[in-house]
Design a protein around this ligand. Structure first.
Ligand code: GCU
Length: 606
């Protein structure tokens, strides 16, 4: 087959160099523009044309070399003699944002590449302005093109990214193409083996962001670590002619001004008398950042979060974290959650339980969740999917984990609700795992020295009646997390009554997971698995044990709602759902929901 005329050969070499330089391991994106919700944006949400491409025919030639004339060119045959074997315009459509699995029965278990295309016109508000395209997330690997030209590549399914399109944008007839590929890979973060559905696609909002030639790209406005009245502020501008920057909090009579340095960075600080954010009083201040003609507004809460021995201190006072784990899934839709309405449902259920805290498992959730948690007064544990058996010795895996961690912290570092960054979930002990996670902890502390660092550990040393938390990672954490399922995956429920917990660290403990499956409406003896009585009995004994742990300061039972999992096939009981939810996939509260609700109503710090 003569696929390649000589004239096409050069682009292959050029493209091969580019594609190597733009290695599939590292993101090729612009620095993240934060606080997207309060910027001048144009939504690209809605119906996109799609082409399902399991063999990546639109990306590779038959020799598996990147094709410079792939589907992203959106080619049309000049006449009946020309061969073009794809056509977006006559192809199907999918909604953006949303995973593809829940939109079409034949895509429910599809894993691989789907091409998305959206046509749009765009007129800039000012000729000198710049325009970026911003994605809330694409799971998992995204190559992005505008008007047939590559604008970037991002790897990671749950964090935002943006690419500049200023020079390629035209007033009429633009088309953006995304190659979204959610193949599970050994070197990926997460790894191929996860207990959640691999929802693929453009799962969150897509927006065009228009900014001045030199604009406010990112900023931190937070209380300095350990202080209740000293503000640490920095603002990063992007562009060649930075203007003086002013950061003001009118209600607190704060107004700080400074001139960015050559790198566009300006650091400011000031004392301030602020009403502190807390779950009981989630006070948010309007913060205004101006630079030249640009004004960026945000709503930011101010609080301190620290530990002292086994205590967690919120605004210098010991606090109990009464929480619940949440997956980013709307159980009643069996789909990725993404909207503010979804966030209101999920966090509303947590509030109904009496929570003041949530663990957003096992990856960064969409920004609606952390924005709403700020407003509702829910503290948040946020994590990237370094989950189970990550490819610890692979530098590319560490680089991607670091990139996802950086994107998570960059996006949410001004959210008062976020109090914990978690580095990992149930990761097996090894030297390579320890060095990988120590590196991640260093990155997290460099990016944000104000929040607490944790991880969901496991018990590795236990006797008949003593659980010992002595994971070597614990020495680098501020707060110990520990997942345990005594009475479900091991032992008997009643063993909880005689088990005590110990640790080699003088640090607070959060039981970051505990739970048991049950089918809503299935009743029987408390010894019969999958009945509501079994799950309720599990909670009764587990909560009594947890309450007795002297260094325990929080718990997030697994999990708020039943969720889809390819690992749970048991017919007529699981049907590819993990049934540990306290709420079923039909929104029904199970008996244990009320047991936990009563426990939280009564549970007080000693
Ligand atoms: C683990 C894991 C969860 C999983 C849960 C379960 O602790 O962290 O992702 O869903 O157990 O087995 O239900």
């Amino acid at each position: 087959m003569n696929y390649h005329s000589s004239k096409a050969r050069i682009p292959y070499l050029l493209l091969a160099l580019l594609s190597f330089g733009w290695g599939s391991t590292f993101a090729q994106t612009a620095s993240l523009i934060t606080n997207i919700d309060h910027r001048a944006t144009t939504s690209l949400n809605g119906k996109w044309k799609i082409i399902v491409d399991p063999y990546e025919t639109g990306f590779y030639s038959y020799r598996m070399v990147e094709d410079p004339n792939g589907f992203f060119k959106d080619r049309k045959p000049k006449d009946a003699t020309e061969l073009v074997e794809y056509n977006f315009d006559t192809s199907d459509e999918l909604y953006v944002p949303s995973d593809w699995n829940s939109q079409r029965e034949d895509l429910k278990l599809y894993e691989g590449t789907i091409w998305y295309k959206k046509a749009f016109d765009y007129t800039k508000k000012a000729a000198t302005n710049r325009v970026f395209v911003h994605f809330g997330a694409v799971n998992y690997d995204a190559h992005v093109y505008l008007n047939g030209k590559k604008i970037g590549h991002h790897v990671g399914g749950f964090t935002p990214f943006n690419m500049e399109v200023t020079d390629l944008l035209q007033e009429k007839g633009n088309f953006i193409v995304v190659k979204a590929d959610d193949k599970r890979l050994k070197e990926a973060v997460p790894t191929p083996n996860t207990d959640w559905w691999n929802y693929g696609g453009i799962t969150r909002d897509v927006k065009l962001v228009e900014v001045p030639a030199t604009f406010v790209e990112d900023y931190t406005v937070q209380l300095a670590k350990g202080s209740l009245n000293k503000l640490d502020v920095w603002v990063k501008t992007n562009g060649t002619s930075p203007q003086p920057v002013t950061v003001s909090i009118p209600e607190a009579k704060v107004k700080l001004t400074g001139t960015p340095d050559a790198s566009g960075m300006v650091k400011l600080s000031s004392n301030a008398k602020l009403k502190l954010w807390s779950p009981e009083s989630p006070k948010l201040y309007k913060v205004q950042i101006t630079s030249g003609s640009e004004k960026v507004e945000d709503e930011i809460g101010f609080r301190s979060i620290e530990t002292k021995g086994a205590d967690i201190l919120l605004n210098k006072k010991p606090v109990l974290l009464k929480g619940i784990c949440i997956h980013e899934e709307m159980p009643t839709r069996g789909a990725r959650a993404y909207s503010m309405e979804d966030a209101q449902t999920l966090l509303g259920w947590a509030k109904e339980l009496g929570c003041n805290y949530v663990r957003l498992a096992h990856y960064p959730h969409n920004e609606n969740m952390t924005r709403l948690a700020d407003k509702m007064g829910l503290m948040v544990w946020s994590e990237i999917p370094v989950y189970w058996t990550v490819d610890w010795a692979n530098p590319a895996t560490l680089a991607n984990a670091k990139q996802q961690l950086t994107e998570m912290i960059t996006r949410d570092k001004n959210k008062a609700s976020v109090v914990l960054w978690s580095m990992a979930n149930e990761t097996p002990l090894s030297d390579s795992r320890l060095s990988f996670l120590k590196s991640q902890i260093e990155t997290a502390r460099q990016l944000d020295n104000t929040r607490l660092i944790t991880a969901a550990l496991e018990v590795h040393n236990a006797t008949e009646n003593t659980m010992m938390i002595d994971d070597p990672l614990g020495q680098y954490l501020d707060v110990l997390g520990c997942n345990e399922y005594i009475g479900w995956y091991s032992r008997k429920i009643e063993d909880c009554d005689k088990i005590t917990w110990q640790t080699t660290y003088d640090k607070p403990l959060i039981i970051s997971e505990t739970g048991a499956d049950c089918v809503a409406g299935m009743h029987g003896e408390a010894t019969a698995r999958f009945t509501e009585e079994f799950q309720d009995n599990f909670y009764q004994h587990q909560l009594a044990m947890i309450k007795r742990i002297p260094f325990l300061r929080g718990v997030t039972p697994w999990i708020l709602a039943d969720f889809r999992s390819p690992r749970r096939p048991l017919p007529s009981i699981q049907d590819y759902w993990n049934r540990k939810g306290l709420i079923s996939d039909r929104g029904e509260r199970k008996k244990a929901f009320y047991t936990l609700q009563k426990f939280y109503a009564d549970w007080k710090l000693k």
